[in-house]
Design a protein around this ligand. Structure first.
Ligand SMILES: Nc1nc2c(ncn2[C@@H]2O[C@H](COP(=O)(O)OP(=O)(O)O)[C@@H](O)[C@H]2O)c(=O)[nH]1
Ligand SMILES: [Mg+2]
Length: 405
C-alpha cells in the first residue's frame, strides 16, 4: 500500500506552504513566470542505490522567498534504474503478475450498481414494464446517466416487446451485452510510443481525485516493464504535494524534478522535459495542481504548460490523462468538459471504483465523450490500478449467476 502521500509536511516546509497559499490566492503561479525564468532544480534520486549521495533537502526548505538552491544529486546523472527485482515478466503481462490480486467483482460488488441490480434480479422478477422501470431507476441512481440509462432500457423494452426474452435472466444477459458494447470502444490501453523520447504524460484533474497516487502506481508499473522514468512535481500549490512525489521518488529510485511550492508549474515541467531528454529517459510523468478548477487560474496554468512543452517538443504532451474520482457522479461530466477545453484530454483514469463509488460513471462518460479509459483504480494498492477491461468491469457489477446460469 502506498503511504507516501500521507507523509506529513516537515515543519521547515511550512513557510513555503504558507507562501504558496498566498501565491495561489494572488494567482501568482502565472505571475511568477518571469521570476522562475532561470529555474533551479531540486532532484531527489537514487538515494537508495547510492546512499552517500543523499543530501537532506533542508536547505531548500528554509529558502522561503528565494528560489530553491540548486541541489542535484551527483548520482542522479548516472541513474540506471535497476531492472525489476523478481518481476521477470516483460511488458503487458507485468500488469497481471501480482500473486494475490483481488478480482474485479470483489472490488466492485459493494457499489450501488452491483447491489441494486443484485437485489432486483435475485428475486426472479416477472418480465414486465415495472421491471424495466425499476431497472432504469437503478441505472440512473448508479450514475449511469439519464441518456445512457434511457437508451439501454429503451432497447431492452423493444426486445421484450418482440418477445426475445423468456425470463429475467435472459434480459439480464442482454443488458450485460449492451453494457459491454457501450464501454468496449473506450477500453483502449495507453500505448507508449517508443519513438517519442521521452514520452510525456501529464496528469490533470481536480484536487483529491488520485493524481499523485496514480503517478506512483504508474511509475512503478512502467519501471517494472523496464522503462526509465522521471517524474515532475508540477503541483506546486502545496508543499506537501511536492514532498509527496519527492519522497516517493527517493524510495523507488526514480528521479523527481521539483522546485519549492509556489514556483511556476510550467517551468518545473519544462525543466523536467529538458533533463529527461538529455538523459535519454523513456518516460516523463508530470503531476499538476488540481485546485481552482472552476476558476481561470488553473486552466490558464494548464494551457501554459502545454505551450511551454511544445517549445521543446511540438508533440508533447503525448498523453494527457484526466483523473476522475469514481465517486463524483455526474459532476465528472463537467470536469471532462472543462479540462478538455483547457488542455485537451487524451485519456481518462477513473479512480476509487472500490468503496463508495456507485459504479456507473464510466458508462455515462462513454456515452457522453467516448474518451479512452486507460486505467481504473480499484483500491489503494499498486495492483489495484488496472487497465480498463470492459467485460471484467461489467461482470464485476452485475449479479454473479449470469455466466453460470
Ligand atoms: N479507495 C481508493 N482510494 C484511492 C484510489 N486512488 C487514490 N485514492 C486515494 O485518494 C486520496 C487522494 O489521492 P491523491 O493522489 O493525493 O490525489 P490528488 O490530489 O489528485 O493528487 C488518497 O487518500 C488516495 O489513497 C483508488 O483507486 N481507490
Ligand atoms: Mg496530488
Amino acid at each position: 500500500m502506498f503511504k507516501f502521500w500521507k507523509k506529513k509536511t516537515k515543519p521547515a516546509e511550512q513557510p513555503a506552504e504558507a507562501a504558496a497559499d498566498a501565491a495561489a490566492a494572488a494567482d501568482a503561479a502565472i505571475a511568477a513566470d518571469s521570476a522562475a525564468a532561470a529555474p533551479q532544480l531540486v532532484e531527489s534520486a537514487a538515494s537508495l542505490a547510492v546512499p552517500e549521495a543523499t543530501v537532506e533537502p533542508t536547505a531548500a526548505a528554509t529558502a522561503e522567498a528565494l528560489p530553491d538552491p540548486i541541489e542535484i544529486h551527483p548520482a542522479a546523472a548516472e541513474i540506471q534504474p535497476e531492472p525489476p527485482p523478481a518481476v521477470g515478466a516483460e511488458a503487458a503481462p507485468a500488469a497481471e503478475a501480482a500473486p494475490v490480486k483481488r478480482s474485479w467483482r470483489e472490488r466492485l460488488s459493494g457499489s450501488a450498481f452491483a447491489r441494486s441490480l443484485g437485489a432486483l434480479f435475485s428475486r426472479k422478477p416477472k418480465l414486465d414494464e415495472a421491471l424495466l422501470e425499476e431497472l432504469e431507476t437503478a441505472l440512473i441512481t448508479a450514475d449511469v446517466g439519464i441518456s445512457a440509462s434511457t437508451e439501454l432500457v429503451e432497447n431492452l423494452r423493444k426486445r421484450l416487446n418482440r418477445r426475445e426474452f423468456d425470463d429475467a435472466d435472459q434480459l439480464l444477459a442482454a443488458l450485460r451485452q449492451a453494457l459491454i458494447e457501450l464501454v468496449r470502444p473506450i477500453a483502449r490501453p495507453l500505448v507508449i510510443d517508443r519513438s517519442q523520447k521521452p514520452f510525456v504524460t501529464l496528469m490533470v484533474g481536480v484536487n483529491g481525485v488520485g493524481k499523485t497516487t496514480t503517478i506512483g502506481k504508474l511509475a512503478r508499473r512502467y519501471q517494472q516493464q523496464g522503462y526509465q522514468i522521471m517524474l515532475a512535481a508540477g503541483d506546486t500549490f502545496r508543499a506537501a504535494a511536492v514532498e509527496q512525489l519527492r519522497t516517493w521518488g527517493e524510495r523507488n529510485n526514480v528521479p523527481v524534478v521539483a522546485q519549492g511550492s509556489g514556483s511556476d508549474a510550467a517551468s518545473v515541467i519544462f525543466d523536467a522535459l529538458q533533463s529527461a531528454r538529455s538523459r535519454g529517459l523513456d518516460l516523463l510523468i508530470a503531476d499538476t495542481a488540481g485546485r481552482l478548477h472552476t476558476q481561470s487560474g488553473l486552466m490558464d496554468e494548464l494551457g501554459k504548460i502545454r505551450r511551454v512543452l511544445a517549445k521543446l517538443d511540438p508533440n508533447a504532451p503525448h498523453e494527457v490523462l484526466l483523473v476522475i474520482d469514481g465517486t463524483t457522479g455526474q459532476n465528472a461530466i463537467n470536469q471532462v468538459r472543462q479540462f478538455r477545453a483547457a488542455i485537451g484530454v487524451t485519456g481518462l483514469v477513473v479512480t476509487k471504483l472500490d468503496g463508495t463509488a456507485k459504479g456507473g460513471v464510466i458508462f455515462a462518460l462513454a456515452k457522453e465523450f467516448g474518451l479512452p479509459v486507460r486505467y481504473v483504480g480499484l483500491g489503494e494498492s499498486l495492483d489495484d490500478l488496472r487497465e480498463f477491461d470492459a467485460a471484467a468491469f461489467v461482470d464485476g457489477l452485475l449479479p454473479g449467476a449470469l455466466g453460470a446460469a
